[in-house]
Design a binder for this molecule. Structure first.
Ligand code: BGC
Length: 751
C-alpha cells in the first residue's frame, strides 16, 4: 500500500507538499523540503492544528445588515519541519545541488512518508538524505521527522540544524476565491527557548488569542556535539560532528504540539507529553502507528481485485480521510483536511454529506464525533437564523470553524440553506445505522427539531405546495432561486425525520426535554406531505428549481478548455443567468433520496443535467458515478468513479497544491457503497440493491450496521452478503427481507 513519486520535478513540488503531508486528525504538516535556507522554494510551508484559527475583520465595499463582521481562518503555526545541513560550512540543499536520484513514498500501511534523494554539490560531494515523517495516530500531539545523511564520496565536518520558527505567514492568493486573499502574520507574543536537549516555543494568535505550544526533543547518532540557541522568534539546536563515507548520521525530531482551542491547559499538556515521548522513544510510535493502521485497514479497506491503480488511489483516499477528521467534537473536517489552507480550513456541508458516511460505514464512533460538532455549534446556528430574519429555528453556517458564519459572499454562501437538510440527513443516517437512541435523545433530536423549525419559518404554502424561496442549492452557478429541488427534498426529509424520531423517543419515555408538541409535529408532517418538488412535464425531468429551465443554455463545448473552472473566468451574474451547473444538484438529490423520482425521470434528468454540468466542483463526479451505476450505465459509472478516485493523485482539478479534496475522497467511497453495492439507509432500515459492474471486476468491503459487521462482495456475475460478526439480522435486499446469520452467505445475481 504505497503512493510513489520517483521523479524530481520542480513544477510538481507544490502538489507533493499536499499529497505527502502527514496528519492525524489533530495536526498536519505539509511535505516541504526541510532545508530552512531554501524555504522560500516551498509553495506553502504549512503546519496546522485542526480548527486552530485566527479571526479577522471582513471589509466590504457595501455592507448590508446581517453580513458577518469577522471571519475565522485556519492559520499556519510555527514551522517545525526545518532541518538544515552544512558540509564543511557549506549549506547544501535540493535547490543548490544536482539531484541524482529521488523518491517520495507514502507508506499507507505503516503510516509514514519517506523521501530519499541523492545530491551532488558544487564541490562534487555526493550524499543521500533520507527522511521519514509521521503524524502519530496514537499520540495525536506528536509529529516525528527522522533525518539521515549518508556520504558517498567524502569525509568531512557536518552540521545539522534543527529549528522551530514562529515567524510564519498565512498562505494567500489575491484572485482565487477558494483561498484567503491577504497575507497575514497571525502569530504574536512568540516566546522561544532553545537548549541542547529541548526546544520550546509558544505563541498567540493575534485576534482569537488562541495559544499554541510546541516542544521538541531529539534522538541522534552518538558522538554529535550539540548547541542550543533561541532568538525572538525561533529556537534551534545544532548537531555538529564529522561524517565519514558510508557511515550515516541520523537525527530524529520529535515534535509535540498542543493548543488552547482543544485543551484546557496546553502548557502543562506539552510538558507531560515531552516526558512521555522521551520515555517511549520514536521507535515505539512508529511501531504503534502500524498497529493502529492494521486495525483501521481491517475494518475500512475496500479490496479491489485486478486494478492496482484504483486500489492505491482508494487506499490513499481512505487514509487521507482518517488523517483529516477531528478527534474531538470541537471540529469535524475542513474541505482540505490538514493538508493546506484552501478554503481557509472551514467546515462545509462536505463533512456531513461526503465524509461522514465513510465513518458511519466503518467507524460509527468517528461519525458520531463529527455530528457532535454540529450539536455543539447549534447555538451559533440559532443566532444565524435570527440574524437572517427568522423567528425560530437554527441555520447552520455555510462555512465555519467555531460555529459563526464565515461566508463573505452570501449568494454562494449563507444562501445555501440546504446545509440544514444535510446535517439533519446525516444525523438520521447515523441513527438508522446504529440505533444509538441516547445520542439521538441527547443531541440529534434537538438538531433535527431546530432545523425543521427553520423550514417552517421560511417556507409558505402556495397552490404548488409548500415552497422554500430564495435559496442556493449545491450548484453554485445558480444562485438565489425558489424551490431548489435538492433543498426542498432535504427539508422534506428533515421534517419527516423529526416526526419519526419523536415518535420513537416518546415511545421509549424519552425526549421530554425537547419541548415539541404533537400539534407542531403535525404541522411538520403537513408541510412535508405538501413539499413542492419541481418537475417539468414537457421534458419529463426534475427541475433544478423554479426558474432554471427558463434560462439560456450555455454551450460548454464552445468554451475553451483554459476557461475552466468557469468561476475563475466569468462574472457570477453571467453564470447565474445561464443553464450551467458547477456540480451535481438534481443528480445528487437522487443519491440522497433514492425513491424521490422514478427511474425514467432519473434517466432523463441525468442526461439533461450531465450535458450542462462542468464538474468544476470536485463534489460532483461521484454523484454522477453513483446515479449512472443505479441507472445501469456501468461504463459511465466506472468512468466517473475513476475520475473521482484519483482526482488528487492526478491533480485533475489543478489545485491539489492548495490541499486535498476531502469531499471527493469521501465520494469515492460513497460510489462503491451507494453506487455499486447499492446500500441505502431508509427510515425503516437498510436496503441493499447492488448494481452490476464491469471494469471493476471484483470488490469487497466490510461495513458496520446495528453493531454487526457485514461483508459485501461484488463481482461481474453477482454479489454476496455475509454476516461477519454479531447476531442474526434481517435486512432488505432489493426491497425483500432476508435473514443473515453467521454461518451462511447470501449470494445473488443483479436485478
Ligand atoms: C463547492 C461547494 C463545497 C466547497 C468546499 C465549492 O467549490 O461548490 O459545494 O462545499 O467547494 O469544498
Amino acid at each position: 500500500m504505497y503512493i510513489n513519486i520517483d521523479k524530481f520535478d520542480i513544477s510538481n513540488l507544490a502538489n507533493e507538499e499536499t499529497l505527502f503531508h502527514v496528519a492525524n486528525g489533530y495536526l498536519g504538516v505539509r511535505a516541504c523540503f526541510e532545508d530552512e535556507l531554501s524555504k522560500d522554494r516551498s509553495y506553502s510551508r504549512g503546519c496546522y492544528i485542526n480548527g486552530f484559527y485566527d479571526e479577522s475583520p471582513i471589509s466590504y465595499g457595501e455592507k448590508f445588515h446581517g453580513y458577518p463582521d469577522t471571519k475565522q481562518s485556519l492559520i499556519n503555526l510555527p514551522d517545525v519541519q526545518s532541518i538544515s545541513l552544512y558540509i564543511d560550512g557549506d549549506n547544501v540543499n535540493p535547490f543548490n545541488c544536482e539531484m541524482l536520484a529521488y523518491s517520495h513514498q507514502f507508506n499507507l500501511e505503516q503510516g509514514f512518508v519517506r523521501r530519499k534523494y541523492t545530491l551532488k554539490d558544487a564541490k562534487g560531494r555526493e550524499f543521500t538524505i533520507n527522511t521519514k515523517r509521521m503524524a502519530s495516530f496514537v499520540e495525536k500531539h506528536l509529529f516525528i521527522l527522522e533525518y539521515t545523511v549518508e556520504s558517498h564520496n567524502f569525509n568531512g565536518n557536518i552540521e545539522i540544524v534543527s529549528t522551530v520558527n514562529g515567524d510564519v505567514s498565512n498562505f494567500f492568493a489575491k484572485d482565487d476565491p477558494r483561498l484567503a486573499s491577504v497575507a497575514e502574520k497571525p502569530l504574536i507574543e512568540i516566546d522561544a527557548y532553545g537548549a541542547i536537549d529541548l526546544l520550546k516555543l509558544n505563541a498567540k494568535a493575534k485576534n482569537s488569542q488562541l495559544k499554541v505550544y510546541v516542544g521538541i526533543v531529539h534522538e541522534f547518532t552518538q558522538g554529535l556535539e550539540r548547541e542550543g540557541y533561541s532568538t525572538a522568534t525561533n529556537a534551534l539546536v545544532k548537531f555538529k560532528g564529522s561524517i565519514e563515507q558510508n557511515n550515516p548520521i541520523t537525527i530524529t525530531k520529535l515534535v509535540l504540539l498542543a493548543d488552547s482551542y482543544h485543551n484546557q491547559n496546553p502548557a502543562d499538556l506539552i510538558d507531560e507529553k515531552i516526558k512521555e515521548v522521551r520515555a517511549n522513544g520514536a521507535a515505539y510510535y512508529f511501531y504503534a502507528q502500524e498497529e493502529y493502521l492494521n486495525q483501521f485497514w481491517n475494518v475500512s479497506r475496500v479490496i479491489i481485485k485486478g486494478d492496482e491503480n484504483v486500489q492505491n488511489a482508494l487506499d490513499y483516499n481512505l487514509y487521507s480521510l482518517l488523517a483529516s477528521v477531528g478527534r474531538d467534537s470541537k471540529f469535524s473536517v475542513s474541505a482540505k483536511g490538514l493538508s493546506g489552507e484552501g478554503y481557509e480550513g472551514h467546515v462545509f456541508w462536505d463533512s456531513e454529506t461526503y465524509v461522514a458516511p465513510f465513518f458511519q460505514f466503518t467507524q460509527p464512533q468517528m461519525a458520531k464525533t463529527m455530528l457532535s460538532y454540529r450539536y455543539n455549534i447549534l447555538s451559533y446556528a440559532k443566532e444565524q437564523a435570527k440574524l437572517l430574519g427568522h423567528s425560530k429555528g437554527a441555520l447552520f453556517p455555510w462555512r465555519s470553524i467555531e460555529g459563526g458564519e464565515c461566508s463573505t459572499y452570501y449568494p454562494a454562501g449563507s444562501a445555501q440553506y440546504h446545509i440544514n437538510g444535510d446535517v439533519a440527513y446525516s444525523f438520521m443516517q447515523y441513527f438508522i445505522a446504529t440505533k444509538d437512541i441516547n445520542f439521538m435523545n441527547d443531541m440529534g433530536a434537538e438538531v433535527l427539531l431546530e432545523t425543521a423549525r427553520l423550514w417552517m419559518d421560511m417556507g409558505h404554502y402556495t397552490d404548488k405546495g409548500f415552497c422554500l424561496d430564495m435559496v442556493t442549492g449545491p450548484d453554485e452557478y445558480t444562485c438565489l432561486v425558489n424551490n431548489n429541488f435538492y433543498t426542498n427534498a432535504g427539508a422534506q426529509y428533515n421534517l419527516y425525520a423529526i416526526c419519526h424520531v419523536m415518535e420513537i423517543l416518546w415511545n421509549k419515555g424519552l425526549g421530554d426535554h425537547l419541548k415539541v408538541s404533537t400539534a407542531e409535529l403535525d404541522e411538520f408532517k403537513k408541510a412535508a406531505d405538501a413539499m413542492y418538488l419541481p418537475y417539468d412535464d414537457a421534458l419529463g425531468i426534475t427541475c433544478q428549481d423554479d426558474s432554471f429551465l427558463q434560462k439560456k443554455k450555455l454551450d460548454l463545448n464552445a468554451i475553451p478548455k483554459d476557461k475552466f473552472p468557469l468561476l475563475l473566468h466569468y462574472h457570477p451574474l453571467f453564470l447565474y443567468r445561464h443553464q450551467v451547473c458547477k456540480q451535481a444538484d438534481v443528480v445528487l438529490t437522487y443519491v440522497m433520496h433514492k425513491g424521490i423520482a422514478d427511474e425514467d425521470v432519473k434517466a432523463k434528468s441525468f442526461k439533461y443535467y450531465e450535458d450542462i454540468t462542468t464538474h468544476d466542483s470536485s463534489l460532483s463526479l461521484c454523484a454522477y458515478a453513483i446515479i449512472a451505476a443505479q441507472l445501469g450505465d456501468t461504463e459511465k459509472a466506472e468512468r466517473y468513479f475513476k475520475e473521482t478516485v484519483d482526482l488528487d493523485l492526478n491533480n485533475t482539478h489543478k489545485n491539489t497544491k492548495d490541499g486535498i479534496h476531502t469531499a471527493n475522497m469521501g465520494g469515492s467511497y460513497l460510489t462503491i457503497a451507494k453506487g455499486f453495492a447499492g446500500i441505502s439507509f431508509e427510515m425503516d432500515g437498510i436496503n441493499i440493491a447492488p448494481n452490476p459492474i464491469q471494469a471493476i471486476k471484483d470488490y469487497s468491503f466490510n461495513f458496520a450496521y446495528l453493531g454487526r459487521t457485514i461483508k459485501f462482495n461484488g463481482t461481474i456475475e453477482g454479489f454476496s452478503i455475509e454476516l461477519i460478526d454479531g447476531e442474526d439480522l434481517s435486512i432488505n435486499v432489493y426491497g425483500e427481507s432476508i435473514t443473515l446469520s453467521k454461518d451462511s452467505i447470501w449470494e445473488d445475481t443483479y436485478k
